[in-house]
Design a protein around this ligand. Structure first.
Ligand SMILES: Nc1ncnc2c1ncn2[C@@H]1O[C@H](COP(=O)(O)OP(=O)(O)OP(=O)(O)O)[C@@H](O)[C@H]1O
Ligand SMILES: [Mg+2]
Length: 224
């Protein structure tokens, strides 16, 4: 399976928007893409991330495919399990299901859940699942004050698990960061610390469709 795993420094930083844009950019290049959200929580009643990805790649059935983890509470999967809700079960099984769903596609675009060390069960985090998928890992981060430490922490955590980050996307998520002085220097500072990882900046936009230029650059970076 070839493609990208989209993870992040945390929740709500733009994984779905970027993954949807990436899937659309791939489709525009004439590729057959399977864009999948294997684990989604806060599903009440629809898996909104999975649906956004499925629509972007033109196969809505992917959102409600069997064998994927869905839970109602907007919590980490392990937190849900501890409350008596569904557990994610075998991560190998889940990774195998992703491979099956993407078996006819040229590329898989897979979105994680929350940030890199979100607990999936008692022993495993999103990083362990990323390692099983063995796709090119893309780290999305909010381009705002604080992102230097969040990003370097995430990169180190992934490296420790032998996962190299192929690209970082600094995403301009919030309108309220208009006066944030850090936004203009974050990419430069990070480049000095992690010179081998390409850093892209995604602008603040109205919809994921407007991120298609950033997504296209990212596809080139990943050689997809
Ligand atoms: N480039 C952008 N420009 C403007 N708004 C953005 C951008 N990227 C993300 N957003 C806003 O941030 C919200 C969260 O983005 P998104 O749903 O992609 O995050 P996520 O990392 O997938 O979150 P989750 O952890 O819940 O899966 C979006 O609903 C949108 O309002
Ligand atoms: Mg999402």
């Amino acid at each position: 399976m070839k493609g990208a795993f989209i993870t992040a420094t945390g929740t709500g930083v733009g994984k779905t928007w970027l993954a949807a844009a990436l899937a659309s950019a791939c489709v525009q290049r004439g590729k057959h893409v399977a864009a999948i959200k294997p684990m989604e929580t806060g599903v009440d009643p629809d898996p909104v991330d999975a649906l956004a990805l499925a629509r972007a790649c033109g196969d809505e059935s992917l959102a409600n495919a069997t064998g994927l983890y869905r839970a109602k509470e907007p919590l980490a999967p392990y937190a849900i399990e501890k409350r008596g809700g569904p557990s994610v079960g075998s991560l190998r099984g889940l990774a195998k299901r992703v491979r099956e769903l993407a078996s006819e596609a040229d590329y898989a675009i897979v979105e994680g859940v929350g940030g890199v060390l979100v607990p999936l069960d008692r022993e495993h985090t999103v990083a362990d699942f990323a390692a099983l998928l063995d796709l090119q890992t893309v780290l999305v981060a909010r381009n705002a004050l604080g992102v230097l430490s969040y990003t370097l922490t995430a990169v180190e955590a992934l490296r420790k698990r032998k996962i190299s980050v192929r690209a970082i996307v600094l995403n301009h998520v919030d309108r309220s960061y208009k006066d944030d002085l850090s936004r203009s220097s974050n990419a430069d500072v990070l480049a000095d610390y992690i010179p081998r990882i390409p850093i892209l900046r995604a602008p603040r936009v109205q919809s994921p469709a407007d991120l298609v230029d950033t997504a296209s650059l990212l596809l080139n970076t990943l050689k997809i």
